[in-house]
Design a binder for this molecule. Structure first.
Ligand code: MYA
Length: 467
């Protein structure tokens, strides 16, 4: 308990530092201070772009200069095989190369125990939504050998931030090989992706990071719901508290075998347009949300990620999506989903992979007044909140059953969307990681990341889930 209190106090210190301008905030930020981002917290009074208006004709037509010995390479992630240079392994596809770079060099936890292991199928799904730009999948190679040592990517995403709607690049998978760290390669990658996004006449971006740089518009906290407590304790992911036993934890976290909500079933392609309409209305509740303007977007993010069925078995599934179909009206009343993102367990004698599921988008018609049809007919009153709490808890109870069935060790969630309505009740434990959200070339007053809630207002302002 003492350790927990000390950790919480340390967390609080980190948060306070962030808000009041502690050591991290005071860093020089040689790169970020040159970029069109809010430079200080509290400076985000006006809503809108930070940079002066530009057109693609104002954008430098040539790639940003790289240090000698390196070259740019647009990674063709849909191409199966590519032979580059003499020393390049001919059998490695370009998606394999990105997968390998990330598997060895991408995000680790602070204690260097776990590292994200995005699968090839995941990367393909994450990087090729409708309207994606091939030239936003940017690699850096060693000229001599062709070895991929750096990567950054963007995908187009339409966002609403409060009352403004605009096209963004969602930037992700920024990675520099461990041997090339701290050489200011990251700013070069960021400038090159910015240039390519600007050439497409897009001037804003959204991204998340574990680090604090100038300047977040919101911060969310990670929560974790154990499904396989014996393994989680064994690998050091969860503590075994004094007086606790594994057997008791196994009983406590067993979600059961059967889902309980009448009409709960896997989402199928025929549900896409109903789910899209429900999701669009539901996401209208949040200050910042992804628009899912077309049904193709929903088809991509929910259905295509489920993978293809072969020999009666689903192969390479990335997303699991479920709906509730009202048994009397046959209308879809709810949708819930999660994606798989395993982590490599570094240096453990028995296990090398943590099978983690992450809560993705969901929606429920519980927030709409009965019979209402207009887009803004949702409410935040206590009665609605209680109904939503019940419905979301029922959905997540069923989701946990399915996640356990599919052999996940843990379900992770952030404090975004309406997640606070179920995190405690569904026994998600508060993690020590935070995820910080940023907008590029857009100023907006801070948005509630759901880290402090009241009975009446549990929802966050964040309606965008980044991968
Ligand atoms: S978040 C995931 C980031 N990836 C990892 O954490 C993987 C493991 N780490 C690495 O591969 C490296 O450490 C990286 C930094 C590549 C992260 N976001 O080259 P450096 C700034 C933004 O010497 P390295 C994701 O993918 C840092 O503050 N900036 O450092 C979203 C410093 O600048 P300044 C970051 O450690 C990415 C400078 O880089 C981050 O070798 C969104 C140091 O460069 C970070 N996560 O490499 C990117 N980490 O001195 C922004 C460090 O000023 C997109 N830095 O403080 C912006 C929008 C662009 C498009 C706009 C279109 C309109």
């Amino acid at each position: 308990d003492d350790i927990r209190k000390a950790l919480q106090a340390a967390d609080l210190m980190k948060l306070l530092e962030g808000h009041l301008g502690g050591p991290q905030a005071a860093a020089e930020h040689k790169f970020w201070k040159t970029q069109p981002v809010p430079q200080k917290e509290g400076e985000q009074e006006t809503e809108g772009p930070i940079d002066e208006h530009k057109t693609p004709a104002d954008v430098q037509p040539h790639p940003i200069a790289l240090p000698a010995g390196f070259e740019w390479s647009i990674v063709d992630i849909k191409k199966d095989e590519e032979v580059r240079g003499e020393c390049h392994t001919p059998s490695l596809s370009q998606i394999d190369e990105v997968h390998n770079l990330l598997t060895e060099n991408y995000v680790e936890d602070d204690d260097a125990m776990f590292r994200f292991r995005y699968s090839r199928e995941f990367l393909l799904w994450a990087l090729t939504p409708p309207g994606y730009y091939k030239e936003w999948h940017i690699g850096v190679r060693v000229q001599k050998t062709g070895k991929l040592v750096g990567f950054i990517s963007g995908i187009p995403v339409e966002l609403r931030v409060r009352n403004n709607t605009f096209m963004n690049a969602e930037i992700n998978f920024l990675c520099v090989h461990k041997k090339l760290r701290s050489k200011r390669l990251a700013p070069v990658l960021i400038k090159e992706v910015t240039r390519r996004v600007n050439l497409a006449n897009i001037w804003q971006a959204i991204y998340t990071a574990g680090v604090r740089i100038p300047t977040p518009f919101s911060t969310c906290r990670y929560y974790h719901r154990s499904l396989n407590p014996a393994k989680l304790v064994d690998i050091g992911f969860s503590p075994l508290r004094k007086g606790e036993t594994i057997a008791r934890l196994v009983r406590k976290y067993n979600p059961g075998e059967q889902t309980k909500t009448p009409g709960f079933r896997e989402m199928v392609p025929a549900d896409v347009s109903q789910v899209a309409a429900l999701l669009r209305r539901y996401l209208g509740r949040f200050d910042c949300a992804q628009l899912f303007n077309t049904d193709e977007d929903v088809e991509h993010w929910f259905i295509s990620g489920m993978g293809k069925e072969a020999n009666g078995k689903r192969e390479n599934q990335v997303v699991w999506a479920y709906v509730v179909e009202d048994p009397t009206t046959n209308l879809i009343t709810d949708v819930v989903s999660f994606y798989t993102l395993p982590s490599t367990i570094m240096q453990h004698p028995k296990y090398d992979c943590l099978n983690a599921a992450y809560m993705f988008y969901y929606a429920s018609d519980a927030v709409f007044a009965p019979g209402a049809s207009s887009d803004d007919a949702f409410t935040h009153d206590l009665k609605t909140q209680n109904l939503l709490d019940r419905r979301l808890n029922a959905l997540v109870t069923d989701l946990l059953v399915m996640a356990k069935k599919h052999d996940f060790d843990v379900v992770n969630a952030l404090t975004l969307l309406d997640n606070n309505a179920f995190l405690d009740e569904q026994m998600f434990g508060r993690g020590d990681g935070a995820l910080v959200n940023y907008l590029y070339n857009w100023s907006t007053a801070p948005i509630d990341g759901g880290m402090s809630t009241t009975a009446q207002r549990k929802s966050s302002g964040v309606g965008v889930v980044m991968l």
